[in-house]
Every structure is written in structure tokens, then in C-alpha cells.
Design a protein around this ligand. Structure first.
Ligand code: XMP
Length: 506
């Protein structure tokens, strides 16, 4: 019930996440594609933008249905937009207005600033500044360099701030959002995982009726939570397929399958390892590997879904960041689009699509999963790439290399768990290098494989840094790997950040 209007700022998603953290539901819409029933929203937040309001190409949406009618919070560009087109004056700033600043003046008695005081740190990121407020504007806060750091419009529930409350460095940002949304706009804080589950189960029942849904489980958090939700709604009308592509972690296929069955899911495990490994034989190019795995997966999934008579729906674990990307101001990024010739689509792709998590962020998916009683260990699993170990074996892939890497990976991951380090790492794994090096074991010269260990911290995989794992731990891992895994005589640790490196080596 809160609308966030996106003007293309890199922080728009962050606004949505902060609002959701307050247990308030919100949706992002691009400024050039407004929802039809705007009056049903209880509050509106206008985002920042990379543009200057004075530029010809800048977003200039018609806000006549919003401003003065629905409580509105305008952030950064939004604040400048209201000033520029409301009788004020926006001009380039004389001083740099990026980064840390502190409120030097806060007007007394403003509900908007309740529990926020002079000195509070805020984060600025703008090159224009509001020289004169719009008609009816009342200054309610300043910083040392920015006189009009916040204003409101007299007689309206319209508030505007030059700084970014959504970023972590604006210390009272969440309080400010709460003041605006709860105290001023009167929005209820009822967006909780339990409510989401109740609401979604009812919707799914209604939508799917008595029809059958096919869903591919990957062992990851999203597809699992989507399946459990659907299972709650439609029980055995849900048919899950879990494919072993032969590139999973050691024992993962069986243990995850057992776990799924234990959760009461109607799941069929399909071991297609040989089909994948045959198709991959001799391929070294990373993109070629990905394409091959994608193609074989579609073939296997198509074969299996044909065996389910009368399936009408395809269930998917799509989450909100994917949805936002596809509808964003900047449009979907070219890389995630795959162009299918409709006539040539596999049959399962002609099914109607049901995506119960399409409005959730990743942390919300975990909370919803927890509220349905899914094992915390499953919910806390590190991300694992779809092509699996294929992109961690540099060069061509053979069954023998897969099995060496599975052993190494298993020592490393179990080590992280038993040393209590697993949960402080965002993602970890091992890479099998196409390099042999000389070693000595007993009195024998060896000439065997080298593996790299990788452990990173990150929040979304977009940027990442290597984790400073304790030397004692690394020593223990190196020892255990070389002693236990036949064919490996050297272990190195990857100390590259992303950027400029990436998390995976391929
Ligand atoms: P990179 O290597 O791009 O990885 O820094 C970022 C995140 O994406 C995962 N990743 C993939 N996931 N298919 C996937 O499903 C892929 O082809 C793929 N490539 C990378 C990677 O594991 C990390 O979490």
C-alpha cells in the first residue's frame, strides 16, 4: 500500500527494502509507467535520479494525482523536482554535496523529525541544490552546506528531503521513514511473514483451483520456499522435479531429495548426470558450458513435465529484484533476456506461470521460509550457481575431475561449518585449476592438480570481498585436502575482490 516512484536512482531498491523492514508493504513503479489506481495507495515516495531536473531528458511525470492528495515523501531528485516545478529554484551547487553531513538545524515540533535531533548524520549525493523553496514550502532542516536539506508544503502532507534516508550512513533514516509512513501517513505495519503466507496461500488456491502445477526445484532457497508455499495451498496438485545435473556438491542430490520428501513435497528426483556430462565432454569455454547445461536442462525438464498429465501451470521461484530489473526505468538488462522463437518453445514453457515470491526480497524469502518451519540450515545455505561445479572446473570437464572437486569442496564446506565460520561467509567453494605442479609425498615426487579455495563476503553478489579466514583454519584445510583427496598436491587461497575479479572463476 505504499508506492515508490522510481526516477532511475541506484538507491530505489534500498528504499523499498527499508520500508519493508518496517513491516510495510510497498511496490516500485517506474515514473513512466504509473499504476492505474493511484488513489488506492496510502503514501508515495519519490526516488532520486541520476538526472538534473534542469535537463531536457530528465523524468517529468505528471504528479497531479499524487501531490497534495496522498502523503508524499520526495527524496533528493524528487525534492528538487517538486521545487523546480512548484515555483522554487534549483541551481548547480557551489560546493560538493556528496557523502556524510550532519543536520545543523531541525525545526521544533515537527512530527517528521520526531526522535531525530540536530547533529544526526545524513548522506548526501547531489550536484544541484534547492536555492528557493516552492510555493508554500517551509524549511524544516538544514546542514552546514545545504540550507534547504528538508522542507514541507504548508497545508499538505508533502515532505521533501535532499539527503538519502535509505542508505545505511543516514543514521536515523529508518526512523524518518517510520515517522513519515506511520505517524504522518497512518500506514499500518502489518506486512509480516505470517500475514504474507496466509494471504498468498489464499490467493494461490483461488488462482490455481484444481489444476496441476509443475515446479523445478534446485536445492536453493527461492525454489524451495516457493514449493512449500504452493504445497500449503494445493498439496499434491504440485509436482516438483529435482534434476541431478551431475555437477552438484558431494551427496547433495540424495540429501536434498530426502529433505524435500521429509517436508512432504511431492517431488521426483531425476538423475540426468550422464546426459549432462556427455553433452559437456570436450567443452572448455565457460559460456559454451553454460549454454550446454541450459539446453540439456530444458530437454530433461521438458521430458519430465510431459509425464505429468494435464499440467497447466509452471511454478517459479522468481523474486522481486528480477521483477524490478525487467520493469525498471532502464529496462531489462540485455544479458538476462533470452529470445525464444515462440513456435520452438519447449512445451512446459507454454504453461501459465505462477510466481508466489515475485514481490519479495531475498531476506523476506528467508523470513517467510522460517515462518513456515523450513529448516534454518536449508534457508541459510550459500548461493550456488546453476551450472554448478562446471564453472569451477577450469578447462574441460570429466567425471574424474568432478569427483576430485566434490571431495575438495566437501572438506572445505564441512570445515567452515565445524569451525563456526559458515554463516559469516556469503559464499564459498573450491576451484579445480588446469595446472599440475610438482610436490613431494613421502620420498616420491608428485605431479598433481592444484585447487583454489574461495570465500567471499557480499550482500547481493554484485560486489564482494575475500574473507580473512583464520590462518589456522586455512592451514588445516590445506592439510586435510592434500592428505584426503587423491590427485591434489597444492592448495591456494583466492584473495581477489569483485570488482575487478568476479566471484566465480568462469
Ligand atoms: P560472479 O562470478 O559473476 O557471480 O561474480 C555472482 C554470483 O552469481 C553466481 N553465478 C551464477 N549463477 N548461473 C547462476 O545461476 C550462472 O551462470 C552463474 N554465474 C555466476 C555466482 O555463484 C555468484 O553467487
Amino acid at each position: 500500500n505504499v508506492l515508490i516512484l522510481d526516477f532511475g536512482s541506484q538507491y530505489t531498491q534500498l528504499i523499498a527494502r527499508r520500508v519493508r523492514e518496517l513491516n510495510i508493504y510497498c511496490e516500485i513503479y517506474p515514473y513512466n509507467n504509473l499504476p492505474e489506481d493511484i488513489s488506492s495507495f496510502r503514501a508515495v515516495i519519490l526516488s532520486g535520479s541520476p538526472f538534473s531536473v534542469r535537463s531536457e531528458e530528465a523524468p517529468h511525470p505528471d504528479l497531479s494525482e499524487i501531490k497534495g492528495k496522498i502523503p508524499t515523501l520526495a527524496v533528493c531528485y524528487g525534492a528538487q523536482y517538486l521545487a523546480h516545478f512548484g515555483g522554487g529554484n534549483v541551481a548547480p551547487s557551489n560546493t560538493r554535496e556528496y557523502g556524510r553531513a550532519n543536520l545543523s538545524y531541525v525545526k521544533d515540533g515537527e512530527v517528521f523529525f520526531e526522535s531525530i535531533h540536530e547533529g544526526s548524520q545524513v548522506w548526501m549525493s547531489h550536484s544541484d541544490t534547492i536555492k528557493e523553496l516552492p510555493t508554500g514550502g517551509v524549511r524544516i532542516a538544514s546542514t552546514h552546506d545545504v540550507a534547504n536539506a528538508a522542507y514541507r508544503i504548508e497545508g499538505e502532507e508533502t515532505y521533501a528531503i535532499q539527503f538519502h534516508p535509505e542508505v545505511y550512513h543516514s543514521t536515523d533514516g529508518k526512523q524518518l521513514l517510520e515517522n513519515f509512513l506511520v505517524k504522518i501517513a497512518g500506514v499500518e505495519q502489518s506486512w509480516t511473514p505470517d500475514n504474507f503466507v496466509d494471504m498468498t496461500v489464499a490467493e494461490l488456491k483461488e488462482k490455481v483451483g484444481k489444476e496441476k502445477v509443475v515446479l523445478g526445484l534446485s536445492g536453493g532457497v527461492d525454489s524451495t520456499v516457493a514449493a512449500v508455499l504452493l504445497n500449503k495451498a494445493i498439496g499434491n496438485q504440485l509436482h516438483c522435479i529435482f534434476v541431478n545435473n551431475g555437477l552438484l556438491r558431494k551427496n547433495e542430490f540424495q540429501s536434498v531429495l530426502d529433505q524435500y520428501e521429509g517436508m512432504g513435497l511431492n517431488v521426483k528426483g531425476v538423475d540426468a548426470s550422464a546426459r549432462f556430462l556427455d553433452a559437456l565432454a570436450g567443452i572448455s569455454d565457460p559460456e559454451e558450458k553454460r549454454k550446454t547445461i541450459g539446453r540439456v536442462f530444458i530437454e530433461v525438464f521438458d521430458d519430465e513435465s510431459h509425464k505429468i498429465e494435464d499440467a497447466k501451470w509452471l511454478g517459479q521461484g522468481t523474486i522481486y529484484p528480477d521483477v524490478i530489473e525487467s520493469i525498471s526505468v532502464n529496462g531489462p538488462s540485455a544479458t538476462i533476456k533470452s529470445h525464444h522463437n515462440v513456435g520452438g518453445l519447449p512445451d512446459f514453457m507454454k504453461l501459465k506461470v505462477v510466481e508466489p515470491l515475485r514481490m519479495l526480497f531475498k531476506d523476506e524469502v528467508r523470513r517467510v521460509g522460517a515462518s513456515m518451519g523450513i529448516d534454518p540450515e536449508l534457508l541459510g545455505r550459500h548461493p550456488f550457481p546453476g551450472p554448478g561445479l562446471a564453472i569451477r572446473i577450469l578447462g574441460d570437464i570429466t567425471p574424474e575431475k568432478v569427483s576430485i572437486l566434490q571431495e575438495v569442496d566437501s572438506v572445505f564446506i564441512n570445515g567452515l561449518k565445524s569451525w563456526g565460520l559458515y554463516d559469516s561467509v556469503w559464499q564459498a567453494g573450491a576451484i579445480l585449476l588446469p595446472v599440475n605442479s610438482v610436490g613431494v609425498m613421502g620420498d616420491e615426487r608428485t605431479y598433481e592438480k592444484c585447487v583454489a579455495l574461495r570465500a567471499v563476503e557480499s550482500t547481493d553478489g554484485m560486489t564482494a570481498d575475500w574473507v580473512h579466514l583464520p590462518y589456522d583454519f586455512l592451514q588445516k584445510m590445506s592439510n586435510e585436502i592434500i592428505n584426503k583427496v587423491k590427485g591434489v598436491n597444492r592448495v591456494v587461497y583466492d584473495i581477489s575482490s569483485k570488482p575487478p575479479a568476479t566471484i566465480e572463476w568462469e
